[in-house]
Design a protein around this ligand. Structure first.
Ligand code: PHE
Ligand code: ZN
Length: 892
């Protein structure tokens, strides 16, 4: 079988760098037709290295000059091939132990559509160097374990590029000839080149200050495209909150005098933690109540915090190699999650994390791209900025936190920095610090870093009334994934022993109280199967397992509907109250799916009653939690349930069953929904935080249910509210909730609302993205055709990642029923986009290609369509490595 998966590189082949770089002096001159980059590198042979030539990476660089210690190098001294410059000697003499290498290259940022390296966005120039973009700027040993001190001088036309920014401190500025000017920056901290950044653009700036706890003042700046200053306030506030939080929770202080955030409209990812000069996708900076939703505001909080937190976890202590990516990403996501929990609601934050894990990471773990949080091999590192490395990586750090406790975790962090500040280290170093600070043996725990796949946890409980004893047997299992099979073929050993799993357990008594004095006990499961005994339990308890979602596993625990209903009502852990509702809903929906999504006799009245109770509770207590509880399990999650049970995923039946359940609830609970709608009417001016966020979420959720009513009620009573909310609500949260609901309805009001929205917001790129997204995720027939039409619309631009994500990825990843259409049209659409895009932006194309991950789990007819689409991509001439890896593994 042809697979064409590109060459892999292996963690086991790691060798230290042969040469180190102490200082880098860059001079970047931006001209109309090109940029010229001069680099002076103070290099020294690494005593711990393997010896050999001075090898530098370089991609799409036109070499103009090359000199060592001031003498131009004769061509016979070096070889320039395969994106590498290998220097073997200095004009006949062996290379000295220390040398100064000077290069001059030309690059073409205007032609850089990959958005890696130096590129143009609108009228400005920006860089993105993680993971391997620096080699697209100059020749350099582009690997994170080479850390150097950087200075950077930028020169450009003053009028067009008033702001010239780089990492660290501004040390000099001046004028050059022909209306040009320059600025020189010096970063006092040694860093790997992936943290380098520069910006040359015309931008507006919002400035502020932060006083650190040791009394220093940090100058803060948020730079945005001219005219958008009124949309930066929230990001600035988030930055200050993050700085204060990291001091409080981890004792970590900002270490530079300047901290800058620059927003750019063309960006492959969310944001980038370059030292002192973060570059952000506009999506995570710009927000105003009328343009951004509550979720957008919270996303900004989290991403600003994430990038700021990287200053310590990522920058001060960085990764030895890219296999260790989760060292910085898993830990920093854990930190931004904790920040979110502390500044918003801990329970809601956690529920959203669990949902995201199930929608994105569990399917990844079950598909052809499965990998551990620290993969042992990869073909293209850009394909490993994944839900596994980020979200599961954070779960692994969270499990350490659960096993050793907050105080020991904090000591572990302190020890990690004491040992490794200024170093490039491995995941083992992190775990060792946690182990040494806590005294808890984490040797077995390290298997979490090496195993792919989602473990299964089987639980069996028994209560002995006479002995007042509850006995719980836990059994773990983890089947090998595509990843382990590939490793085996490569002759690599797999450590498939049992994992160390923290199982947080509560025992809920019939009166709803906790039987355990400490309420929740963490059971350390280390064997394949283990029995735990609890004495002095006065009555038969309902076990609440994995409280707070204490481990990223599939739970297999036969609990009856009444037991789940008991947990829904009484569990003292809000996450498990939510989880019980999800398990109950999943069970019902699976029955509905088995019935082809037809009829309603699979919907028990007890569930309707439970939903009514949750709603009432939400009105009295926590509306945000109720809103989470009333979201039915996602289609993707139900699909995984089917696949896990060995059935072919039936996207149509899943969709039908889920809608049928929503309609049934709308019909049976109309009065309750109406009462809630009225009770939740806004009473205060809009603010993106506080309890009103939860009230808005619940009210819009209720409106969504009401829109599932019969046509008569819909038209008479719901439609007017939807259209009024679309045109009249002052905040984007309410507007987009109504527009998203309308987008599912085949009615003239739909078109009118979409048109009006577009004409009002066509000048605001991020809002146009929302307009594309609600249409791409519509349930209506003809959605694929509409997506194709929108791809030709002036609002779309295939070169802009945000547009591709809003329209194409939303369709492929968030509209499973249309993506997996029986006629193969969804797959064809994806293949058309991927083949066109891969030549321009391979990273983004590869992300879209991941939509095919679950193609082998659908029925044979769909599989044939998917295979044809995948093979068409595979056979594309000059296919980019990023896409080749994803498609190759899918076809393996
Ligand atoms: N390191 C960035 C983050 O997680 C993500 C990123 C990776 C951005 C690669 C750009 C390129 O914060
Ligand atoms: Zn990160």
């Amino acid at each position: 079988m042809r697979t064409d998966t590109p060459q892999s590189i292996y963690l086991k082949d790691y060798t230290p760098p042969a040469w180190l770089v102490d200082t880098v002096d860059l001079h970047v001159a931006i001209h109309d037709t090109h940029a010229e980059v001069r680099a002076t590198l103070a290099c020294r042979r690494n005593p711990a290295g393997p010896g050999g030539a001075l090898v530098l990476d370089g991609e799409e660089l036109a070499l103009q000059e090359l000199a060592i210690d001031g003498a131009a190098l004769a061509p016979f001294c070096y070889a320039l091939a395969d994106d590498r410059l290998a220097i073997a000697s200095a004009n006949g003499a062996p290379l000295p132990e220390r040398l100064t290498l000077a290069t001059r290259v030309r690059i073409a940022p205007d032609a850089n559509t990959q958005l890696s390296g130096l590129y143009r966005s609108k009228d400005g120039y920006f860089t993105q160097c993680e993971a391997q973009g620096f080699r697209r700027i100059t020749f350099y040993p582009d690997r994170p374990d080479v850390m150097a001190r950087f200075t950077c001088t930028i020169e450009a036309a003053r009028e067009r590029f008033p702001q010239l920014l780089s990492n660290g401190n501004l040390v000099a500025t001046g004028d050059a000839t022909d209306g040009r000017h320059w600025a020189r920056w010096e970063d006092p901290y040694a860093k790997p080149c992936y943290l380098f950044a520069l910006v040359a653009a015309k931008l507006d700036v919002l400035e502020d200050r932060f006083a650190t706890r040791s009394g220093r003042t940090v100058r803060l700046a948020v730079y945005v495209e001219p005219g958008k200053l009124d949309q930066c306030g929230h990001a600035m506030a988030a930055l200050k909150k993050s700085m204060a939080w990291d001091e409080r929770r981890f004792g970590l202080e900002m270490d530079l005098d300047h901290y800058m955030i620059v927003a750019v409209g063309d960006f492959n990812m969310g944001a980038m933690e370059n030292k002192g000069l973060n570059i952000f996708n506009t999506k995570y900076v710009l927000a105003r109540p009328d343009t951004a939703t509550d979720a957008d505001f919270q996303g900004i909080d989290r991403v600003v915090a994430h990038e700021y937190f990287h200053n310590w976890t990522g920058n001060r202590v960085t990764c030895r190699d890219w296999f260790q990516l989760s060292l910085k990403e898993g830990l920093t996501v854990f930190r931004d999650q904790e920040f979110g929990a502390d500044v918003h609601s801990r329970a809601v934050t956690r529920i959203q994390e669990v949902r995201a894990l199930r929608v994105a990471q569990f399917p990844e773990d079950a598909g052809p791209m499965a990998h551990p949080i620290r993969p042992a091999s990869y073909a293209e590192i850009n394909n490993f900025y994944t839900a596994t490395v980020y979200q599961k990586g954070a779960e692994v750090v969270r499990m350490i936190h659960t096993l050793i406790g907050e105080a020991a975790f904090r000591r572990g962090m302190d020890l990690y920095f004491a040992r490794h500040d200024g170093q490039a280290v491995t995941c083992e170093d992190f775990v060792a610090a946690m182990q040494d600070a806590s005294g808890v043996d984490l040797a077995q725990f390290r298997r979490w870093y090496a195993r792919a796949g989602t473990p299964h946890l089987k639980a069996e409980g028994r209560y002995d009334a006479q002995a007042r004893r509850y006995t719980l047997t836990l059994t773990q299992s983890l089947a090998p994934t595509a990843y382990e099979k590939r490793l085996q073929e490569a002759g690599l050993a797999i450590d498939d022993g049992p994992l160390h799993i923290p199982v947080a357990l509560g025992l809920v008594l019939p009166d709803g109280s906790d039987a355990l004095p400490e309420k929740t006990r963490v059971l350390p499961l280390t064997q394949q199967s283990q029995t735990f005994v609890f004495d002095g339990i006065p009555a038969a308890p309902v076990a609440s397992l994995l409280r707070g979602f204490s481990a990223p596993v599939h739970l297999d625990f036969a609990q009856g509907d009444e037991e789940l209903a008991h947990l829904m009502a009484w569990d003292s852990d809000p996450v498990n109250r939510w989880e019980a509702g999800q398990r109950l809903a999943t069970r019902i929906l699976l029955a509905g799916i088995a019935a082809g999504g037809e009829g309603t006799d699979w919907i028990p009245d007890t569930f309707v009653a439970a939903v009514a109770r949750v709603l009432d509770d939400g009105l009295r207590h926590d509306a945000a939690l109720a809103a989470e509880a009333l979201i039915l399990p996602a289609e993707q999650v139900l699909a995984e349930e089917m696949a896990g049970a060995g059935k072919a995923i039936d996207p149509e039946a899943i969709h039908r069953a889920r809608i049928a359940l929503r309609r049934h609830l709308a019909a049976r609970l109309r009065d309750r929904f109406e009462a809630a709608w009225a009770a939740l009417a806004p009473t205060e001016p809009y603010s993106p935080d506080g309890p009103q966020v939860g009230r808005r979420a619940l009210r819009n959720l209720v409106l969504g249910y009401l829109a599932e009513s019969d046509a008569e009620y819909l038209n008479a009573s719901v439609m007017p509210r939807l259209t009024a909310q679309c045109s009249g609500a002052g905040n984007m949260t309410d507007v987009i909730a109504a527009l998203g609901t309308l987008a599912n309805l085949d009615a003239p009001e739909r078109t009118a609302a979409l048109d009006a929205f577009h004409s009002r917001w066509q000048g605001e790129a991020l809002v146009v993205d929302k307009w594309l997204q609600v249409q791409a995720t519509s349930r209506l027939p003809g959605t694929a055709a509409r997506v194709r039409e929108l791809m030709r619309h002036a609002a779309f631009d295939i070169r802009n990642p945000n547009k591709v994500y809003a329209l194409v990825r939303a369709f492929c990843a968030a509209n499973p029923r249309h993506f997996h259409a029986a006629d193969g049209e969804g797959y064809r659409l994806a293949a058309d986009v991927i083949t066109e895009l891969q030549a321009m932006n391979p990273q983004v194309a590869a992300r879209i290609a991941r939509s095919f991950d679950r193609w082998r789990q659908v029925d044979a007819a769909r599989q044939a369509h998917a295979r044809a689409a995948l093979e068409r991509i595979r056979d594309c001439a000059g296919l980019a490595r990023d896409v080749a890896e994803v498609v190759g593994k899918a076809l393996e």
